[in-house]
Design a protein around this ligand. Structure first.
Ligand code: NAD
Ligand code: IPM
Ligand code: MN
Length: 350
C-alpha cells in the first residue's frame, strides 16, 4: 500500500482539540507508515500574527495531498477582533470552491442508546439513518451580491444565489447514486414555491435524473416542512439532496436530533478525484467551550472514518465506526468525559 499524505488543519477554538483525537484514532487504526501528516498552522491566530488566511503557496501544496482533515475555523460570533466571515470565506469556503467539493456529505444516524430530543414515539422501533447531500460549490455561498448606499437609510444589500444546470445535475446525480446503494429513497428539499428560478431548475433536473433511477422512490419537501419532518418523523428520510444554504441549516438540525452536534461528521468531496477531498466535523470552533478540554471529538473521529472510506480503506473505516458505536453505547449514564478520554477510549478499541 502506498503512503498517503494527509494535510491537517486544526484551526481555531476546539478545532485543534478534536483533531488531535481524530489523529489518535487514525494512528491506532492504520499501519504506522500509512499516512504522512503535514500540519498547517492556519486560522485566526495565524491571521492575527501574519495577516495571512490561506497563502496561495499553501493552497498550491494542498492541491497535491491525498486528503485534508480540518477541525474548524472562525472566531466567536460576537468577536470584534476578527472580521466575521474572514476565515470562513477565506479558508474554508475557498478550499471547498478551489477543490470543487460539490458533494458535501453529511450522514446522520441515531445510534442505539444515544440521548435525543426526539419524542419516544418518534423513534421507538424505527431506524433513523439518513444522509444529506448538500451542494457545496454554488448557491448563496458564491459571494455574489453587494451593497449600495451603504450606511444610509436607503442601503440595499443583496446576496445572489447561483445555481447552474451542470452544478445541480452533478450533485443530484451523485445523490441518486447514493440512494440506489442505500434504501432507494431520495427527497429533494428546496423552496420552489418562492424561489421559482433556482427551485425550478432543481426540480427539473431532479425529475430528469430520476428517470434514470427507476428503482429510487422520489419525494419533495419545501425546506420549512422538511424541518417539521426532521423533528417529527426523521425515519422517513434516506437521502436528502439540497442546495448549499438549506443543507447547512438542515444538517445542524439533523445533528441535533440524532445525538447532538458533537457526533455529526462530514466530507467535502470531489468525486472525480481531481482534487483532494476534505473531512471535518459539522460543528464550528465552539468558542464557548474552547480550551476547556470538554469538546466531544466524536464528530471528528467519525469524519476520519469518512476519510478512510473515501481513500479506499473501507475495512479501517468500518472499524472506526464500530469503535465509536461501542463507545457511545458505553457512555450511557456515565459522567461527562474529557475530549482526550473519549479519544483514548475509541483509539484503544479500534
Ligand atoms: P459551533 O458549532 O461552533 O457551536 C454551536 C454550539 O455547539 C456551541 O454551544 C458549542 O459549544 C456546541 N458545540 C459545537 N461543537 C461541539 C463539540 N464537539 N462538543 C460539544 N459541544 C459542541 O457554532 P457557532 O457558535 O455558530 O460558530 C462558532 C464559530 O465557528 C463561528 O466563527 C463560525 O463561523 C465557525 N464555524 C466554523 C465551521 C467550520 O470550520 N467548519 C462550522 C461552523 C461554524
Ligand atoms: C458548516 C459551516 C460553514 C458553512 C461556515 C463556517 C462557512 O457552518 O460547515 O456547516 O456554512 O458551510
Ligand atoms: Mn453549518
Amino acid at each position: 500500500d502506498r503512503r498517503r499524505t494527509l494535510a491537517v488543519i486544526g484551526g481555531d477554538g476546539i478545532g485543534p482539540e478534536v483533531v488531535a483525537e481524530g489523529l489518535k484514532v487514525l494512528e491506532a487504526v492504520t499501519s504506522p507508515d500509512a499516512f504522512e501528516l503535514v500540519h498547517y498552522d492556519l486560522g485566526a491566530t495565524r491571521w492575527q500574527r501574519t495577516g495571512e488566511v490561506l497563502p496561495d503557496s499553501v493552497l498550491d501544496e494542498l492541491t497535491r495531498v491525498d486528503g485534508i482533515l480540518l477541525g474548524a475555523v472562525g472566531a466567536a460570533p460576537g468577536a470584534k477582533d476578527v472580521p466575521s466571515g474572514l476565515l470562513e470565506r477565506g479558508l474554508l469556503l475557498r478550499l471547498r470552491f478551489a477543490f470543487d467539493h460539490y458533494v458535501n456529505l453529511r450522514p446522520s444516524r441515531l445510534y442505539p442508546g444515544v440521548p435525543t430530543p426526539l419524542a419516544d414515539e418518534v423513534v421507538a422501533g424505527k431506524e433513523v439513518d439518513f444522509v444529506v447531500v448538500r451542494e457545496g460549490t454554488e448557491g448563496l455561498y458564491c459571494g455574489n451580491g453587494g451593497v449600495v448606499r451603504a450606511g444610509t437609510p436607503n442601503e440595499i444589500a443583496t446576496e445572489v444565489s447561483v445555481n447552474t444546470a451542470l452544478g445541480v445535475e452533478r450533485v443530484v446525480r451523485d445523490a441518486f447514486a447514493r440512494a440506489a446503494r442505500r434504501r432507494n429513497k431520495i427527497t429533494l428539499v428546496h423552496k420552489h414555491n418562492v424561489l421559482v428560478n433556482a427551485g425550478g431548475l432543481w426540480r427539473r433536473v431532479f425529475e430528469q435524473v430520476a428517470a434514470e433511477f427507476p428503482d429510487v422512490a422520489t419525494d419533495y419537501l419545501h425546506v420549512d416542512a422538511a424541518t417539521i419532518f426532521l423533528a417529527t418523523d426523521p425515519a422517513r428520510f434516506d437521502v436528502i439532496v439540497t442546495d448549499n444554504l438549506f443543507g447547512d441549516i438542515l444538517t445542524d438540525l439533523a445533528a441535533a436530533v440524532t445525538g447532538g452536534i458533537g457526533l455529526a461528521a462530514s466530507g467535502n468531496i470531489n468525486p472525480s478525484g481531481a482534487y483532494p477531498s476534505m473531512f471535518e466535523p459539522v460543528h464550528g470552533s465552539a468558542p464557548d467551550i474552547a480550551g476547556k478540554g470538554v469538546a466531544d471529538p466524536t464528530a471528528t473521529i467519525l469524519s476520519v472514518g469518512l476519510l478512510l472510506d473515501h481513500l479506499g480503506l473501507g475495512e479501517e473505516a468500518a472499524r472506526v465506526e464500530k469503535a465509536v458505536l461501542a463507545d457511545i453505547a458505553a457512555r450511557q449514564g456515565g459522567e461527562r468525559r474529557s475530549t482526550s478520554a473519549v479519544g483514548d477510549a475509541i483509539a484503544s478499541t479500534v
